[in-house]
Design a protein around this ligand. Sequence first.
Ligand SMILES: [Mg+2]
Length: 84
Amino acid sequence: MVTWARVAKIAEECGEVVAAYIGVTGQNPRKGVAGSMDDVVDELLDVALTALAAVEHLTGHRGEALGLLNRKIVRTGIRAGVIT
Ligand SMILES: [Mg+2]
């Protein structure tokens, strides 16, 4: 149940990104324009933080999430050709 909650929280935070972006761009005529792009960025960071917390949970809270993220960034950068 805890694992499910950790994973579901990521999706919840993704929804908050979309809601913030809708607010900034005024795509909901009923609510008008609200917030700033800083709010969108803050929600994106919530997604990243929540995902890292889920990684920590799934890997036994060994403090490896940032290292795993770093290795993922390097692998992705190499595959994309921006890291040699
Ligand atoms: Mg949030």
